[in-house]
Ligand binder design. Structure first.
Ligand SMILES: CC(=O)N[C@H]1[C@@H](OP(=O)(O)OP(=O)(O)OC[C@H]2O[C@@H](n3ccc(=O)[nH]c3=O)[C@H](O)[C@@H]2O)O[C@H](CO)[C@@H](O)[C@@H]1O
Length: 353
């Protein structure tokens, strides 16, 4: 019997691409054939080929914060992408198409709909993006990470990479841990400029009492390293991007982070105490992603307008490993660890025979 075929459409940011990779790997392990649709200039073009998954590229831009030129050219790109995807569908003949959000899913969802191929959608955020809000009206089935994001959607959590799920629970990790407090700083898949500017000062205040693992984003590595050199480098590790997030999470006593949907879900999967500084989106999606953790005592949330080194120092002074373990356990209790399997079952049930 030939294997079943799926097209996964995901792109634009790690928050869309990493959960889609997790699903793709699980499907491949279960005998499925996977093709991917994404864009050439975003993170998926680096990540997807590393997993030996065939990726087709379309040319499309996001409209959030778009300039006039992008806005004007956008209908043409959507139109062209739609026809390119129709061609891919007609030659590959998938049993199902899965959209994981991001503007790249827009023309793919439309193409699936007009081709009468089952099309299912997954929303990773508490507040859905424009593309998913639109596609949820024409999709065969909607899935969501958090309750209440999309109407009539099943709550399945966010698919988390296997190596992150396998990290031992907080109490085992904290056992026999001593030495400087280990702080992991993550700014989402692209890094956060304001973190690079403010957080190296932690080094000046706490000297060798802390050790920091800092992700700066692609464009600010040298600048961030210089800051640490200025304030004291100690044993800190500074990278543009952390390839092995499982190792970083397992190593850390606490996280200072943006609250993108995937980072928040990963943190609750592992169980780590956190300070979140949500990206100040107009729709406050990152603030809402972090809300449950804050309400359950698993995290502190600082709005960007109040984010100063003084406040960070104050919070860090109030924390120690014992308190962080309590926060970590609260965080762990919020994790959904079987999301991938749930989504796999839905794909199996809905795909064309
Ligand atoms: C600025 C912006 O628009 N952010 C959005 C973007 O987040 P963005 O993709 O920036 O952030 P997320 O937290 O959702 O995902 C980041 C992913 O990248 C991984 N990672 C990160 C850093 C690193 O060094 N290595 C690494 O592997 C994380 O483990 C995680 O899997 O899409 C998310 C999902 O729709 C939204 O919630 C965010 O609001």
């Amino acid at each position: 019997m030939s294997s079943k075929k799926i097209i996964i459409i995901a792109g634009g940011s790690g928050g869309h691409v990493f959960p889609a990779i997790t699903i793709a790997n699980y499907l491949i392990k279960h005998g499925w054939d996977v093709n991917w649709i994404g864009t050439k200039n975003k993170i998926e073009s680096d990540i997807v080929p590393k997993y030996n998954i065939k990726i087709h590229f379309i040319h499309i831009n996001g409209l959030r914060n778009a300039n006039l030129k992008t806005l004007i050219s956008s209908p043409i790109h959507i139109f062209k992408s739609y026809f390119k995807i129709k061609k891919i569908i007609n030659s590959y003949l998938p049993n199902i198409i899965l959209g994981m959000g991001g503007y790249v899913s827009g023309p793919g969802g439309l193409a699936a709909w007009t081709s009468k191929i089952p099309f299912i959608l997954h929303e990773q955020n508490k507040i859905p993006g424009i593309t998913n809000r639109f596609l949820s009206k024409i999709s065969t089935k909607n899935m969501q990470a958090f309750p209440g994001s999309l109407p009539n959607a099943e709550v399945v959590g966010n698919p988390i990479r296997e190596d992150i799920i396998r990290i031992p629970p907080p109490v085992n990790r904290f056992k026999n841990r001593s030495g400087p407090l280990r702080i992991l700083i993550i700014g989402g898949s692209q890094g956060a400029s304001i973190f690079n500017k403010i957080l190296p000062k932690i080094s000046f205040f706490f000297k060798s009492k802390v050790v920091i693992w800092h992700q700066s984003g692609r464009n600010e590595l040298e600048k961030t390293k210089k800051k640490y050199q200025k304030y004291g480098l100690y044993q800190h590790k500074i990278y543009s991007f952390i390839e092995n997030m499982a190792a970083a999470y397992e190593w850390s006593d606490m996280v200072i982070s943006r609250s993108g949907a995937l980072t928040v879900s990963e943190i609750t999967t592992v169980g780590i105490g956190a300070i979140f500084i949500p990206y100040p989106h107009k729709d406050q999606q990152q603030l809402l992603n972090a809300q449950d953790l804050k309400n359950n005592g698993a995290a502190r949330v600082i709005e960007q307008s109040e984010f100063t080194i003084k406040l960070i120092v104050k919070i860090l002074n109030s924390l120690n490993r014992e308190k962080l373990l309590i926060m970590a356990e609260k965080s762990f209790s919020l994790g959904i660890r079987n999301s991938t399997k749930k989504i796999f079952e839905i794909i199996k049930n809905i795909s064309k025979k």
